[in-house]
Design a protein around this ligand. Structure first.
Ligand SMILES: Nc1ncnc2c1ncn2[C@@H]1O[C@H](COP(=O)(O)OP(=O)(O)OP(=O)(O)O)[C@@H](O)[C@H]1O
Ligand SMILES: [Mg+2]
Length: 279
């Protein structure tokens, strides 16, 4: 991709009909950040802002057909992976990414929804670590997901977060540049810490917690924003850190503006288009 052209960014994830999380949120984040959005549906959920009431997954042959048909025609510059649901789906996505080798892969290892509902089969975790994580340029676990990946309890302090970020990096290939973004949103307190670590540089990203119930899909939105920005920050001195910082900044604005939307009675969505609609 030349640095002046618009990147084509693909999400492979599940749908959330309330539009705050999953594929629909991913497409909104891509669109808000100057990327052209494509989507392959790995799962359907029946969901609102309060709960997930059902999950339906496509046959893996059809999932493969969605991916192959898209890649045969469209230049994909960056991929975000979200809810994948089952070990078979994880294996299929891993196989097709190994074949098409997109330049950027951001893996959000979605396991549990904000409502507490489980979104990834236990048997899929091993497949995620074995087949998919080796192909990701970045993984973006929250603290409970970090615990599952590391087979230990979730980090409960900033000190434990630093150690977990180091151990998570050990799950990724050592031979090339790979990043862990460990999200600390689940720790109590007014100051939020996310850690960005590549095995060498440990970058601390601190923000103030915004007092709002509207945090549905913050993780989806952040990983999608990063996937959209990575191809657009490649000319910078520290492209990955720049993409993550700009994605965080975008998300903070979207959370802060979420009160303008009236969607549901649970954890409402963030306002993906707060910059555009202001004008
Ligand atoms: N109330 C808040 N105010 C400001 N930033 C927040 C708030 N809640 C979450 N964030 C930020 O949003 C990002 C996503 O963090 P979070 O811990 O919510 O991820 P997640 O648990 O994967 O989210 P999701 O439930 O959507 O999957 C992090 O960068 C975190 O710091
Ligand atoms: Mg998440």
């Amino acid at each position: 991709m030349s640095s002046s052209s618009i990147p084509n960014v693909l999400t492979i994830a599940g749908t959330d009909p309330s539009g705050g999380a999953g594929v629909l949120a991913d497409l909104k984040a891509f669109s808000a950040l100057g990327a052209y959005g494509c989507a392959v549906i790995a799962a359907l959920t029946a969901q609102n802002t309060r709960a997930v009431s059902g999950v339906h997954t496509p046959p893996v042959d059809f999932l493969k057909r969605q991916i192959d048909t898209l890649f045969e025609d469209v230049r994909i510059d960056s991929v975000k992976l979200g809810m994948l649901g089952t070990a078979d789906i994880v294996r299929t996505v891993a196989d097709r990414l190994a074949h098409f080798k997109p330049a950027h892969v951001v893996l959000d290892p979605v396991m549990v929804a904000k409502s507490g509902d489980h979104l990834l089969a236990k048997s899929a975790v091993a497949m995620l670590k074995e087949a998919l994580m080796p192909q990701a340029n970045m993984i973006t676990p929250n603290l409970p997901e970090a615990g599952v990946l590391l087979e230990q309890r979730a980090p409960e302090s900033t000190k434990e977060m630093f150690r977990a970020a180091e151990r998570l990096r050990e799950l990724l290939p050592t031979s090339s540049e790979r990043w862990v973004l460990l999200k600390g949103g689940h720790l109590p307190g007014n100051e939020l810490l996310d850690l960005l670590f590549d095995g060498d540089r440990m970058i601390e990203m601190r923000t103030m917690r915004i007092d709002t119930p509207n945090t549905h899909g913050t993780g989806c939105t952040l990983s999608s924003a990063i996937a959209a920005l990575l191809p657009q920050r490649s000319a910078q001195l520290q492209p990955v850190a720049a993409a993550v910082r700009d994605a965080q900044h975008y998300l903070q604005g979207a959370i802060a503006a979420s009160g303008a939307l009236k969607v549901g009675t649970g954890h409402g969505p963030v306002h993906h288009f707060y910059r555009l609609w202001r004008a």
